[in-house]
Design a protein around this ligand. Structure first.
Ligand SMILES: [Cu+2]
Length: 116
């Protein structure tokens, strides 16, 4: 019986260390200048290649991208820069001008609102 309790305690300890690893994960919400599904695909693809970024999901209506990342490998500033390099604004940081010029017409923030 004591052995069984020891095993249970061991399992709990294992679960606790898994939670501790989750603590290394940070989440950020960044407002972008995305306007359509193509923008969403572009930004998410850029972020997928960014070191330390685990996942990203952009909500087109709110233009907010939710990024899950490892704070030991990257930080908010670098993630925002990656978004800028893809041609979009990230919170207070403006899009990289060259990257922005390369966007499809419908993806430019000055473009007339449209439905895709
Ligand atoms: Cu677009």
């Amino acid at each position: 019986m004591k052995k069984a309790i020891a095993v249970i305690v061991f399992l709990f300890a294992g679960a606790a260390s898994t939670f501790a690893q989750d603590g290394k994960e940070a989440k950020a919400q960044i407002k972008t200048s995305a306007v359509c599904k193509m923008c969403k695909a572009t930004i998410e693809k850029y972020l997928a290649y960014e070191k330390g970024v685990k996942s990203s999901t952009l909500d087109v209506p709110s233009k907010v991208v939710t990024v899950t990342y490892n704070p030991r490998k990257t930080d908010l500033a670098k993630i925002k820069q990656a978004i800028n390099k893809s041609g979009y604004d990230a919170d207070e940081l403006p899009a990289d001008a060259k990257a922005y010029e390369g966007l499809e017409e419908c993806c430019k923030k000055e473009a007339a609102p449209h439905v895709d």
